[in-house]
Each structure stands twice: as structure tokens, then as C-alpha cells.
Ligand binder design. Sequence first.
Ligand code: AMP
Length: 547
Amino acid sequence: MHGLMQNRPLLVSSLLTHAQRFHARREIVSLLVDGRTHRSSWGEIGARAQRLANAMAALGVVDSTRVGTLAWNTHRHLELYFAVPGMGAVLHTVNPRLHLDQIAYIIDHAGDEVLCFDLSFSDLVQALAPRCPKVKTWVALCDESQTPQIPGVAVRAYESLLDAAAPHFDWPVLDEQQASSLCYTSGTTGNPKGVLYSHRSTVLHCFAACAADGLGMAARDSVLLVVPLFHVNAWGVPFAGAMCGAKLVLPGPNLSGEAIYRLMRDERCNFSLGVPTVWLGLFDHIERHRESLDLSQIRLERVVIGGSAAPRALIEKFDALFGAFAIHAWGMTETGPLGTIGRLLAQHEGLSGAARHDVQCKAGRAIYGVDIEIFGPDGKPLPHDGVAFGELRARGPWVAAGYFGLDASAVDADGWFTTGDVATVDADGYIQITDRAKDVIKSGGEWISSIELENIAVGHPAVQEAAVIGVAHRRWQERPLLLVHLKPGARIDREALLAWFEGKVASWCRPDDVVIVDSLPHTATGKLQKRTLREQYQGYRLPTDPD
Ligand code: AMP
């Protein structure tokens, strides 16, 4: 017997329509590429998205056409976020920080027919155009007077397309399983792979972002969206923002500590999200200008740290400087990305200081919608005791089942997607990511977590950033080598850094050597590029290696 409830599909357009009707005046603030601040609202975004859908239809965009973007966080990119999926097409957000060859590959592989770009990417577009023959129309996200002249490329101005379009568009009633957006994984090995989200997965993911034990997003929030719109749907926040009617503050291209601080203060942001690197930049700015900054003007209540392991020092600083609760979250492109979220349980009530930070350092617990489990080498589930670690797998309605354009399934017979991360799960269900499977250091049959060592190193006041890689060792197979980038003006030697690990980790896990470097390489999504470091330090002779 079927239930007798309405079978209304879960569609991206319904999020926008809701925001437009019930949160019309709630602000959307964006810093544009030309440095101006633009103020609009959910009402305006909704109205302009309808015009945009008509404009896209006039360019030949139909059901399932891929529309690419090379763009920062601005109101125009947000309009594309809703208009393109809303009309039944697929929004493909391209990460402009990738290598040119990868960008060209991704645009071609996705089959993008329209490509919308910010003016700062005009040179990139000039290089891409001859390599992307499937793109029929290049749209600059600007008004007519700013349209760039790119030799050999006919560029249309976004605002002129909107001006010429009819104002009203009826969002079609689509199948909720229809594709809505496409993001390629950073692809540390092989070619990048496309994760194709559906309307249904996107809307369900929003419920997790808005749930109290999720990110707890709500209408009263003023959200500083530091996570780029080209990283995994900006962690779903644009969609969740529409669902709850939050104010969104979009920082454009400037993600410096100073710019973030200013926006946070001026727009009275109480919630923000970003990768650790961005927050390290924020605290670096604060430390360097502590005398002239009035931190009481910052209203931050909670902040999400994700994308890489959150160093304890960051969690402590958010607490100490702003009284803000750091929500440590784990996820990946293939999980929407929200997978586990670090909120407290009843038994943590009243915990403060170090005891609470201990809980926050874990990468969160499963949220309803993403089932997780860890498996040993024999394929059997491991105990949830916080000690046993194994391959982390996930399954749920917003976890990938396959990749765009690839026939093979991405899940096993039981529906699990293998994440490539190694983790522990404790008795309360909190996970701790030990490593990416390929980054874990295998020393004499034991595994050493590079993430744990990096977090300890970053806790040292002289250290800006740290990476730990496994280096071949004749006796132990592999041993940890610590690479550190020091804060400006800081000085510390190898012995002092090695001594810092004493008592913080088992002695056999401590790094065997330290190299101080001028900078560390990052992937296009801000993660440490361990593969490059491993290549660079291949053959490095550790002082502990027997002759
Ligand atoms: P991406 O698909 O580019 O978002 O990368 C996802 C990967 O980032 C995951 O598989 C993890 O290896 C890493 N990651 C994300 N969040 C965390 C976290 N909280 N702690 C440790 N690693 C993380």
C-alpha cells in the first residue's frame, strides 16, 4: 500500500522559490572582481535567476546541457547556481586553480557548451578557447562596458544577456533524480573524475546542513562563505542558505586574512566555513595587527573547518579569540561533501577547554543520510573503539554511485563507496582520519599518521604550516620526515622542533628528521600536495638510516 502524501519532487528551483517568497529581503552581499561591494537579496537573486534561465534558453541551453563556470564567489555565480539546474541543465563549476591542461580536459570531458567566466580569467579563457571546441558561447560575468576583448573569442556580456531576456520563467517540474550539478575531484592520480549531483541529492544534503546537529544553518545567520563556489558546491551552503533564508556574504577573489576579517566584522557574520589554510591566514593577520584590531567587533559564533584535518591550534584560537565553536567536518567531492560533522553530545555538556577541544579535534560523527563504516584488510568491519583503524567507506542518498562518463560503478555489492581515507571510529561514533590511504607512513609493520604529526607541528608557535611524508628507510621500510614552513621572522632549529614532539606522541612515531622549507606545495583545493613532496624527497637520506 502506498502512502497518501503528495509526491512533490525535491528540486533545486524549489529552494530558490522558497527563499524568494519567504526571505525576499534577506541580503546577499558580494565583493566583485573589480573591488566594488554589491548588495542584493534572495528576492533579487530569484528574479534575476528567472531572467538568466530565459537568457540561457536563448543561447540554446536545454535539458541536461552542461554550463561551465570559472568564477569566484559573487551574486552572479550564485544566480547561475540556481538558474542552470532550475531549468533542467547542469551547472559545472570548474576549479580555476587547476593546471591549464586539467581545466581543458575537464571542460571537454564534461561537454560544456556555455562557459561563464569572471574577468580575472580572461587570459585563461584565451588559452582555453582553442582547446575547448565544444564550448559554443563564452559569457563574461560583467556588464557590456566591461566586456573583455579576447582575440579569437566572441564574448557575450552577462548583464546584456539578462537585460535582453524576458523576466518571467516557469521552473519546470523535473524528475528529482535528474542531474543538477557537476564537480570534478582534484584527481591526485590519473585524470579528474566528475561527480554528478542530482536535484534530490542536493536538496537532501541541505537538510543536513540546516539540521541542528548538522551545520545548524538558520534564517538569522549571516554566513561568510569563504569556501569557493567551485569547491564541491561550496559545501552545499548556497542551497542550504536558500532553504533557510540566511544572509550570504560572498568574498569574491580576495581570500586574504585581512579581507576575511574585514567582511566578517562589517557584515556581522556569525557563521563561516573554510579550509584550514584560509583560517591560518586569518589568524596570521590578527597576530600581526593585534594592537589595532578590536576583536569584540567580531560576532562569529561557529565556524566550519573541513577539507583537511583541522589543527588543534585553530580550534583553540577560534575559541580563545572569538568564543566561536569550531565544527570539524569531514567529507569529499563524492559525499556531497558533508559526511561527518563534529557537534557535541549530551555527555559533553559542561565540558570546557582542553576536554572539549579533544572532542572537536575528531572529524565529527555520522549524520543521518551518510552511513559510515571502517573495514580491515580482510574486508570485515572493525570495532568502534577509537583504536582500530581501517578503510573508511560511506553510503547514502548524497554519496556518489558512479562517475560522469565512466561505466564502472563506484560502489561495492553492499552499496559502500570506498573513500580512500583511513580512519578510526570511537564508541560515540566520532571518526578520526588517520590519513589518506596513500599518505599513511608504514614503519616496521606499524602505521604512523602523518596528519597527527602535522597537527602537533602546527601547534608550535614558530610553525606556519607542516607536512609529514614517509621516506624510505632500510630498517623500518618508511620513516616520517617533517617539512615545516615557519611564520615570518620565526627561527627555530631542527633539535628544538624534534623535542616539541616529546610526550605528545609515542616515541617511535616521532619524525626522524626536519627540513625547513620556504613554502609547501598545495593542490588546487588547498590541500597539501604530498605526492609532489614525496617525489621531491625521493632518495632523501634520513640520519637514522643505517649505513
Ligand atoms: P575533496 O574531494 O577534494 O574534497 O577531498 C576529500 C578528501 O579531503 C577526503 O577524502 C580527505 O582525505 C580529506 N579531508 C576532508 N575533510 C577532512 C578532515 N576533516 N580531516 C582529514 N582529512 C579530510
